[in-house]
Write a protein that binds this ligand. Structure first.
Ligand code: 28G
Length: 634
């Protein structure tokens, strides 16, 4: 009977890890470079959990020359006693049973979590081998799992030690990770830096054996140091960074905030070390709290304030804030964990932040005064912008009926099938207008420079002619009043020259969409057109090349030995309407790049390094990263 039960378990185990190998994407998202690195995060998460439980303060990662990863912690060591439910040691259970973390363990132990919180068994399933070394009770234990986790050597005692801890070494299976099995220092570095900010006091070390590079992070002040770093090069409004770390009803809440003199909002929220890019209940609680505190403070301290209450829109300009909560049972909206939905998180965050931010304002009257001044200015410009918007609306400029004169609209009114090209310059705009399929393709030509929205407030944005045209043409409104039902085109296609200026305009447009119509990007409506760089012709055979490599390949194959001529396009304007249609606009032949902002961090980093003050470094960045920006699937 016992045997039978054990056997049944065994089968279940094999099926479990087999399932992971069959459909790795279900467990780690993808099997590209991102998925590969998820293996590290899964193991590191377990070490961080041990640290959050209070038993470990140092985590070390080694990228070995043999293509392995070693993760080491100084916690209690994974238990090696036999687990009552599986008849195996806890160690073996964790590494060989899928979802062991949730199924067999006290769920409240696991606080952090990778993309899917699936843990060590998934790493085992997708590795050649996993070596586990557990040091506890003065003994060093060792066990190897191999062949996709289906086999294990017996647990052995291999020595004695006075320290505790766990060491995990694994080598990814290249038959799973077909694209690459090379770990990247920079990716791991960024991740541990973020983990170090989010888990104060833990030392994270990274050592790359392949080139003898190493780096360590430890932030005593947690996300306060994070805010400090984001604002390092910015002009600060309040000198003292607001910071709170407290817990209520078993929810730990950490928040930090400082204003700078820019106009953009940088609010980053996390739950259990996972970035919640779409916010959620914790973020709502935070916004409510800050709004309430500013209103209370202004009511007491600002003359004639009554009746002109702040709303969140007045508080977000120049705000840098990080919110990180640790929740025992987080609930998310949808599959991606991008939006927290646990109801108790809202009140928990709101209560704690109100309590501490109120106190902060009273204790720091000089900072409070500076912040209130900034916020009052934002409010004033918001009201002015609102009035300007109402005036223009009354005049009809923002109405879908009064479309901009520069827009050559398409015939179809069906937004599902229609698309608009945002074209740089009048001459290219002219070609595009002639070359298009006017049934469903609209052309909006943009004159001159697009405004850099990072540098100005909303009022100025709404006054700008080019941006006004775009807003009117797109039709869905901006920011909070963005309404996708009113979207006039399914695809918004940015079509600029394949040179530095074109890349610059593209980035300015993307910045505008990112800040003013983020949903347009997240819902996949923004595209980048790819015009060719070369035209090669011999005996009336014409081909286009979209990069140097393609040109070389054409020269070496189809055109080898022929008397060919090459035209290098300096801009869209050099193409006649038919060429533009054939190469860049015809849905059957073109390649469009869909812009997605999955990783808001990276996007923001790119946007801010591009939009920095220094024109020279900006040019340099664009030149260096033109290709990357072109393939902006960040
Ligand atoms: C180095 C790379 C990754 C870990 C521990 C320590 C314990 C543990 C891990 O227990 C099962 C669940 C809760 C008891 C817990 C040790 C309690 C007592 C642990 C790691 C059984 C998991 N002694 N360190 N798991 N628990 N480090 N690092 O994986 O109830 S995982």
């Amino acid at each position: 009977m016992e045997d039978k039960k054990y056997g049944a378990n065994q089968i279940q185990i094999l099926e479990g890890l087999e399932a992971v190998r069959k459909r790795p994407g279900m467990y780690i998202g993808t099997t590209n470079v991102v998925g590969l690195h998820h293996l590290i995060w899964e193991i590191v998460d377990n070490a961080v959990d041990e640290a959050l439980a209070g038993y470990c303060d140092e985590v070390t990662i080694v990228l070995t020359s043999a293509g392995e990863v070693i993760v080491k912690d100084n916690g209690r060591g994974i238990p090696i006693d036999v687990h009552p439910k599986t008849g195996k040691s806890t160690l073996e259970t964790i590494f060989t049973i899928l979802h062991a973390g949730g199924k067999f363990d006290n769920a409240s132990y696991k606080v952090s979590g990778g993309l899917h919180g699936v843990g060590a068994s998934v790493v085992n399933a997708l590795s050649h081998y996993v070596d586990a070394i557990v040091v506890r009770d003065n003994k060093i234990y060792s066990q190897r799992f191999y062949e996709g986790g289906t086999k294990a050597t017996p647990l052995e005692v291999i020595g004695v030690s006075e320290f505790n801890g766990t060491i995990i070494r694994f080598k990814p299976d290249e038959t799973i990770f077909k694209e690459t099995v090379t770990f990247e220092f920079k990716i791991v570095q960024n991740k541990i830096k973020q983990l170090a900010f989010l888990n104060k006091g833990i030392i994270f070390n990274l050592y790359d054996e392949r080139n003898d590079k190493s780096i360590s992070y430890c932030f005593e002040n947690g996300i306060k140091d994070y805010v400090h770093e984001i604002n390092l090069t910015k002009e600060k409004i309040n000198d003292d960074i607001f910071y709170v770390d407290d817990n209520i009803n078993d929810i730990e809440i950490e928040a930090s905030l400082q204003f700078n003199s820019t106009y953009d909002e940088n609010l980053y929220s996390f739950c259990n070390n996972i970035y919640t890019s779409e916010g959620g209940t914790h973020e709502t609680g935070f916004k409510n709290a800050i709004t309430k505190c500013f209103n209370n403070y202004a009511t007491e301290h600002v003359k004639n304030f009554k009746g002109s209450k702040f709303v969140w829109d007045d508080l977000h300009e120049g705000l840098v804030a990080v919110l990180s909560i640790k929740h025992f049972d987080p609930q998310y909206e949808g599959q991606t964990k991008a939006k927290l939905s646990s109801l108790d998180a809202k009140d928990a965050v709101q209560n704690i932040v109100v309590k501490y931010f109120e106190e902060y304002l009273l204790k720091n009257p000089t900072d409070a005064k500076k912040m209130i001044e900034k916020v009052l200015l934002t409010q004033k410009s918001r009201k002015a912008a609102l009035k300007a918007k109402e005036d223009t609306r009354r005049k009809g400029a923002l109405d879908s009926f009064a479309l901009p004169s520069k827009l050559a609209d398409c015939e179809s009114k069906d937004s599902e099938v229609s698309e608009v090209f945002l074209v740089e310059g009048d001459s290219a705009g002219g070609s595009a207008k002639t070359g298009r399929n006017r049934k469903y393709q609209a052309i909006l030509s943009l004159r001159g420079k697009v405004l850099n929205v990072e540098k100005v407030n909303q009022g100025k944005v709404l006054e700008n002619n080019e941006l006004q045209s775009i807003i009117a043409a797109v039709g869905a409104g901006i920011k909070n009043s963005y309404n996708e039902e009113k979207l006039r085109y399914n695809k918004i296609i940015i079509m600029t020259d394949a040179d530095v200026d074109g890349a610059h305009i593209r980035i300015l447009l993307l910045t505008f969409f990112y800040r003013y119509m983020k949903n347009l990007i997240t819902n996949g409506h923004v595209y980048i057109a790819q015009p060719p760089l070369y035209r090669i012709e011999a005996n009336k055979n014409i081909k286009y090349a979209y990069n140097d490599l393609e040109l070389e390949q054409l020269k070496e194959t189809e055109f080898k030995g022929l008397n060919y001529s090459i035209q290098r396009y300096k801009g869209l304007g050099e193409m006649d309407p038919i060429q533009l249609w054939e190469t860049t606009m015809d849905p059957a032949r073109r390649t469009l790049i869909k812009v997605n902002v999955d990783d808001a961090f990276l996007a923001n980093e790119i946007f801010s390094s591009l939009m920095g003050e220094d024109v020279e470094s900006r040019r340099e960045f664009i030149l260096k990263n033109a290709q990357f920006i072109e393939n902006l699937d960040i």
